[in-house]
Design a binder for this molecule. Structure first.
Ligand SMILES: Cc1cc2nc3c(=O)[nH]c(=O)nc-3n(C[C@H](O)[C@H](O)[C@H](O)COP(=O)(O)OP(=O)(O)OC[C@H]3O[C@@H](n4cnc5c(N)ncnc54)[C@H](O)[C@@H]3O)c2cc1C
Length: 397
């Protein structure tokens, strides 16, 4: 007899594990399949920054989704910590979004026009920035001060979601999915080298590798890898009291374990000529990224000359042609849902994705976001390489 489950989730990154956990909380019988290790894709390499202020979230459903997911962390983190006993290094603090030149100031202030009706924030001048953190560069021209952003350790978060799903009777199997089973136009299971698993619904949450499922879904799954690198530093002085980011120079965050995270490459700040060169799924840390990230960090925070490099991380983010996630039913096919394409925001949007997918499975639709149209898989037609390049240039982290 083949193995069976109500739902098979493919991929144990933050997105797949969130989906598995939210389904398990609803009492659904889940098998989660991972071909390498939990978090081995992009998820273990991420900063874990949870911020509503970046260029990735636009007014409307995109911002609504970001805000809803941000709110999920407030109950989800304590719940996961309680059931797993893990410390997710979650912190909620004020943030500064810095402008180092007039261009950045214009960009940040332009976004403030609509953001300030949703988020408590205000523009502060250079003198006030330096009164909050005197070690910041004198070339800063101003910043948005926001009452609260958050950050956690994305790998611990990923592991905790997986463990908590197991504790609610989900099964995690280390297998590569090599095909989907179709019966009369409906997906009815998955194939691995070892076995077939029959199920009512398959959720493709395979991050940058989701594209490989196109032949069985009869849908191109427009997702490409967008490499990103970041650094962990040992900075043996007083940690930063605020979470710091800037549109062109990325983030700088003192983590609760004492390390300082700086990054990331990819998106707007990256050399566009290099964006899709080299190995498609290149996850090697590079010297050029290390030097660039250190220089950018020192531009913002000159005292980092004293810091020591502890770790350099590299991962492959799943980028869709409009840099928004692809969540919902595979077009023209019963029994298959997609949860991918989260680009630079998969940690932040993991929980809401779990909620949306569990709504589709358990109730056939979702109210987690008022208008799902701009996230549904069927929104794409005639995608070109230029769409991916434009999408990559518009994201920040
Ligand atoms: C440097 C860097 C910094 C980042 N910072 C942030 C941040 O601060 N905030 C934020 O929200 N996001 C951030 N991100 C983005 C975030 O990491 C991604 O959006 C997110 O991890 C995507 O999660 P995922 O589960 O979709 O994919 P992944 O984590 O890549 O997981 C996909 C999984 O599917 C598995 N898989 C693939 N094919 C198969 C198959 N055939 N069978 C079985 N398993 C399969 C893979 O092995 C992998 O484990 C960052 C990313 C990088 C690289």
């Amino acid at each position: 007899m083949p193995k069976t489950a109500e739902v098979v989730v493919i991929g144990a990154g933050v997105v797949g594990c969130s989906v598995a956990y939210y389904l398990a909380r609803e009492g659904v019988d889940v098998v989660l399949l991972e071909r390498e290790a939990i978090g081995s894709g992009a998820s273990a390499h991420a900063t874990g920054s949870l911020s509503l202020l970046g260029a990735e979230f636009n007014p409307g459903p995109s911002f609504e989704m970001a805000r809803a997911s941000y709110a999920e962390f407030k109950w989800l983190v304590p719940e996961l910590e309680a059931v797993t006993g893990m410390d997710l290094l979650y912190q909620r603090r004020p943030s500064l979004r810095l402008a180092l030149d007039d261009d950045e100031a214009g960009l940040i202030r332009g976004m403030m026009v609509w953001q300030q009706s949703h988020v408590k924030m205000r523009w502060i001048d250079a003198a006030e920035v330096r009164s909050i953190e005197p070690r910041l560069s004198p070339s800063i021209v101003g910043a948005v001060y926001e009452d609260e952003s958050a950050q956690l350790d994305s790998y611990r978060f990923n592991l905790a979601l997986a463990r908590a799903a197991e504790l609610r009777d989900s099964e995690i199997l280390y297998r590569e999915v090599t095909g989907l089973l179709n019966s009369g136009g409906r997906i009815v299971g998955v194939k691995t080298a070892a076995e077939e698993i029959h199920c009512g619904t398959v959720v493709v949450a395979a991050g940058s590798w989701s594209h490989a499922f196109a032949p069985w879904l009869g849908f191109p799954v427009p997702v490409r890898p967008m490499k990103g690198e970041r650094l962990l530093l040992n900075y043996p002085r007083e940690p930063l009291g605020v979470l710091i980011s800037s549109p062109k120079r990325g983030h700088m965050i003192s983590r609760t374990d004492g390390f300082l995270s700086v990054g990331s490459t990819g998106g707007r700040d990256y050399d566009r000529r290099e964006l899709f060169l080299g190995e498609e799924f290149d996850r090697q840390p590079t010297e050029s990224a290390r030097l660039e990230l250190l220089q950018r960090a020192i531009d913002v925070f000159p005292d980092l000359e004293r810091a020591e490099l502890v770790q350099q991380l590299a991962g492959s983010r799943p980028l869709s042609p409009d840099a928004k996630p692809i969540i919902g039913p595979a077009p023209g096919l019963e029994g298959a849902l997609l949860a991918t394409g989260h680009a630079t925001k998969g940690i932040h949007l993991g929980p809401i994705t779990g909620r949306i997918i569990s709504d589709y499975v358990c109730r056939g639709s979702t109210r987690a976001v008022s208008d799902m149209a701009q996230f549904l898989p069927d929104r794409f037609a005639g995608v070109t390489n230029a769409d991916f390049l434009a999408a990559a240039a518009g994201v920040e982290e």
